[in-house]
Design a binder for this molecule. Structure first.
Ligand code: XIL
Length: 325
């Protein structure tokens, strides 16, 4: 049974980010997606630089192709992302906007994009990567222009544009209890305390076999999940991949599979866990070899769409009887 059925039976999302070019051109890509997954996230096509290329001009075509594919195949859509410091258009970042104008721009963008996808996007990464490694607010153009309230403004604007969508905060390097996840915890506690509509947290989980050692840090990941759930938030894994030095070996692939297993098992123990997403699904299309030279093979299927040990590990987790909660 494909992962899709196993996850759906448990009421969970499982799925990857999707790139519009292979979706349009490669039948095996689309076939694998619809067989194995029940949710997709556009990898780049909803980011500011692509969807809002000139002030007040929106280009929805590529993202619409992805949401159209999802809807036609009974899959959910996870939107990514409304506020981020990367992949912004030059027209936006080359101006030092006065505060009021920056607030207007942010609200206009969110109203247009989340409004366009209202009823289609079930969850939004409203804010991506707003906390620095030391737990403080990351220096971003939005922080410079608006100040710390840009976060509350963004979540409120998203709730207004799409009252049904789940509104998430998404970040990396915050899987364990550490200075960064402490900072996110403080931020989200404060926002919730002020009545700001935040419904969930996304843990990106861009991991490496020689990085976060899930065997050592698993207890810390579990405690971290627990404290965010205790705030009343839904929990999501949003962008998991586990990079390894190329070429892959039987040993490195087995190690990778155990990291996938460790993350999914820890999540399945949490009643607030809603979705497990990877940043791609086939090693043929992955950001890792471009971003981390000499590394790759980070996803559950190989470049020929064949299952790797990581795929089998995910399948076994989803097949295991639900833990007593
Ligand atoms: C990456 C894409 O995969 C690449 O194609 C693009 O060149 C850069 O961005 N965290 C995120 C994602 O939230 O948006 C990033 O996606 C990967 C890291």
């Amino acid at each position: 049974m494909p992962l899709r059925e196993l996850a759906t039976q448990r009421g969970l999302w499982i799925g990857p980010c999707v790139a519009s070019t292979p979706l349009a051109t490669e039948p095996a890509y689309a076939e694998t997606l619809r067989r194995e997954f029940n949710v997709v996230t556009p990898e780049n096509d909803m980011k500011w630089a692509l969807i809002h290329p000139a002030r007040g001009r929106y280009d929805f075509a590529r993202a619409d192709a992805i949401t159209g594919f999802a809807t036609a195949n009974g899959m959910a859509v996870h939107g990514h992302t409304l506020v981020w410091h990367n992949q912004n258009p030059a027209w936006l970042t080359s101006t030092a906007w006065p505060r009021d104008e920056a607030i207007t721009l942010l609200r206009e963008h969110i109203a247009a994009v989340a409004g366009h996808y209202a009823g289609t996007v079930a969850a939004w990464d409203v804010v991506n990567e707003a906390i620095a490694n030391d737990g403080s607010l990351r220096q971003t153009p939005w922080l410079d222009w608006i100040g710390p309230d840009y976060l509350a403004i963004a979540f409120r604007a998203a709730a207004e544009a799409d009252p049904q969508a789940k509104l998430l905060y998404n970040d990396y390097g915050a899987e364990a209890v550490n200075a960064k996840s402490d900072g996110i915890y403080r931020l989200l506690s404060d926002l919730l305390g002020a009545g700001v509509p935040v419904h969930g947290i996304g843990f990106q989980c861009h991991l490496a076999i020689d990085g976060l050692d899930i065997a050592r840090d698993r207890a810390s990941f579990a405690r971290n999940l627990q404290r965010f759930a205790a705030l009343g938030l839904e929990l999501y894994v949003t962008e998991m991949d586990v990079r390894l030095p190329l070429p892959a070996t039987a040993g490195s692939l087995a190690h990778q599979a155990e990291i996938y297993r460790g993350v999914l098992e820890a999540c399945l123990a949490q009643p607030a866990f809603r979705g497990f997403q990877t940043w791609g699904f086939t090693d043929k299309y992955s950001w890792i070899p471009h971003r981390f030279l000499g590394q790759g093979a980070a996803l559950p299927l190989d470049e020929h769409y064949r299952p790797k040990p990581a795929y089998d590990a995910l399948r076994e987790c989803l097949l295991a009887p639900p833990a007593a909660r």
